[in-house]
Write a protein of this length. Structure first.
Ligand code: SF4
Length: 96
C-alpha cells in the first residue's frame, strides 16, 4: 500500500464525512479505482479486528464493507469482481 494512490494524497480524502457524497465517490472512483492493490486492500480491511472502521478501503465505504461481510456470512458473495482494475495509466484528478 506504500505506493498506492491514497499514500500520495491528503489522508483526509479517504475519510470523508458520510454526508459528503462527492467526497465519497471521489475516494472510491478516482483514488481506489486507480489502485493496483485494491482487492488486497479490501481483504485486509475486511479481516481487521473491527470491521466497523471508518473510511474508504478497497473502494468501499464502511457500510458497504459491512454489507459484504454479511453477504459472505450468508454465502451470497465470495469475492467482488474487479474486472480490469486498475485501469492502465489512470491518473488522479482534482476532487469535484
Ligand atoms: S484500495 Fe484505496 S484505500 Fe486501499 S490502498 Fe488502494 S487507494 Fe488506498
Amino acid at each position: 500500500m506504500t505506493e498506492s494512490p491514497c499514500s500520495r494524497i491528503d489522508p483526509e480524502v479517504m475519510f470523508p464525512h458520510p454526508s459528503d457524497v462527492s467526497g465519497i465517490e471521489f475516494a472510491k472512483q478516482q483514488v481506489c479505482g486507480a489502485c493496483h492493490v485494491r482487492a488486497e486492500c479490501l481483504e485486509w480491511a475486511l479481516n481487521q479486528f473491527s470491521r466497523s472502521d471508518y473510511g474508504i478501503f478497497g473502494g468501499l465505504t464502511e457500510d458497504e464493507r459491512k454489507e459484504l461481510v454479511k453477504s459472505r456470512q450468508l454465502g451470497k458473495a465470495e469475492r467482488l469482481n474487479y474486472g480490469s482494475f486498475p485501469p492502465k495509466n489512470k491518473r488522479l484528478t482534482a476532487a469535484a
